[in-house]
Design a protein around this ligand. Structure first.
Ligand code: TXA
Ligand code: MG
Length: 364
């Protein structure tokens, strides 16, 4: 894991971060998925700061991050006392998921305990919780001894950060923002979110690296797609998952997907002879050059053809390409298959929200 090879920040820095959280301040920190912007989950002022710093609408709920029990590598670990203060009930299935996947990139939604601030949950009676696996996140959470809300450390609707430098670029104007540097994120896309709050069914709210297939294989629990059950349908009116907006994770440069072998079709939308186009191509495939478009200057950028490699590079590539002044970025459509659902979801939303006007779209 990349974090092993990067210098972990000293205990003194983590202690300072803990103090910042206790004082109601914000601390950006690494997780195995993306960097989070952290604040004390029990402090309403700190939560206000998260919403205003991100520019996030108040009805979009946050995830509470918890430390794993001290000896989580041992077999008999009791998560119940850690989760209990936040939730109204912990079903048998939810506990199975916790035991199978925490600490790790799985967020679970529960009915909330009444002590959980309404601000945190966007006024909903449910709360999302996860225990991140990144060692620096774990150390921070363990020393803080409380829940930390941490949305991805980007402005609302923009590409999530996967390095400390990305967070700095995202919040350039907030000079005193404390950022813990834990190297590049290993997974590269946000956690899978499963709603367990209906009591009987597990519902997928956001696809991620942990897939329903893997969940079924490890726990025997069937995960339903959002909208597949009656319960979910009548609740869809609420913006429960901000990442579920059509436009999200978006670069400022227009981004489009192309079907296998159909680069020219995607380019036809940009007939300008001076257009400069970056075309992402699978590293497993030969160059596109014979496909060349006579009127457009384009350059190829290789992207990994396995789903985890692709997820790991996705936001990095979007951020880097966005800085390079292209007129258009083209990405290959991810192939079918559940292991690609997480990146397909992020890419589609990134396309929809992309382009210079995205920051003024209502839906963003
Ligand atoms: O991997 C991750 O989950 C990262 C890292 C930093 O932990 N965090 C993250 O947070 O992606 P954020 O705020 O960018 O996305 C959290 C998602 C939002 O889409 C939000 O709507 C959803 O979780 N969420 C939070 N509470 C919820 C709830 N009670 N019911 C349904 N969805 C909820
Ligand atoms: Mg986010």
């Amino acid at each position: 894991m990349s974090t092993d090879s990067t210098p972990l920040q000293s205990s003194a820095v983590i202690n300072e971060a803990v103090q910042t959280l206790r004082d109601g301040g914000l601390v950006a920190f690494p997780t195995e998925t993306v960097y989070g912007l952290g604040a004390d989950a029990r402090n309403p002022e700190a939560i206000n700061k998260i919403f205003s710093t991100k520019g996030r609408p108040a009805n979009h709920p946050l995830i509470v991050h918890l430390a794993a029990p001290d000896k989580f590598d041992q077999t008999q670990v009791d998560w119940v006392p850690l989760v209990a203060p936040w939730v109204r009930d912990l079903s048998e299935d939810a506990l199975k998921l916790v035991n199978a996947f925490w600490p790790g990139p799985l967020t679970l939604v529960f009915k909330k305990d009444k002590s959980v601030l309404n601000k945190l949950t966007g006024g909903q009676d449910t709360v999302a919780i996860r225990a991140p696996a990144h060692p620096m996140a774990q150390e921070l959470l363990r020393k803080f001894k409380g829940g930390v809300v941490a949305p991805s450390a980007n402005r609302f609707g923009k590409v999530s950060p996967t390095s400390a430098a990305d967070v700095r670029n995202e919040f350039e104007d907030i000079l005193d923002l404390m950022i813990l540097d834990g190297g590049d994120c290993e997974l590269g896309i946000e956690s899978t979110i499963i709603d367990m709050s209906s009591g009987d069914k597990a519902i997928l709210l956001r696809p991620g690296v942990i897939t329903p297939k893997e969940i079924f294989a490890k726990t025997g629990i069937k995960v339903y797609q959002a909208g597949e059950t009656k319960h979910e349908r009548h609740e869809l009116a609420l913006p429960r998952v901000s990442g579920s907006l059509r436009a999200h994770y978006a670069p400022n440069t227009p981004l489009r997907l192309y079907a296998p072998g159909r680069v020219l079709d995607a380019l036809s939308e940009f007939p300008d002879t001076k257009s400069r186009v970056a075309v992402a191509v699978w590293d497993s495939e030969s160059s596109l050059s014979e496909d060349g478009h006579p009127s457009v200057h384009f350059e190829e950028v290789e992207v990994p053809s396995d789903s985890s490699g692709f997820a790991n590079r996705l936001y990095r590539s979007l951020r880097d390409l966005d800085q390079q002044g292209w007129d258009l970025i083209l990405f290959p459509e991810p192939p079918p298959g559940e292991e690609w659902d997480g990146v397909r979801d992020r890419l589609q939303r990134a396309c929809f929200g992309s382009g210079p006007s995205s920051s003024s779209q209502d839906s963003n």
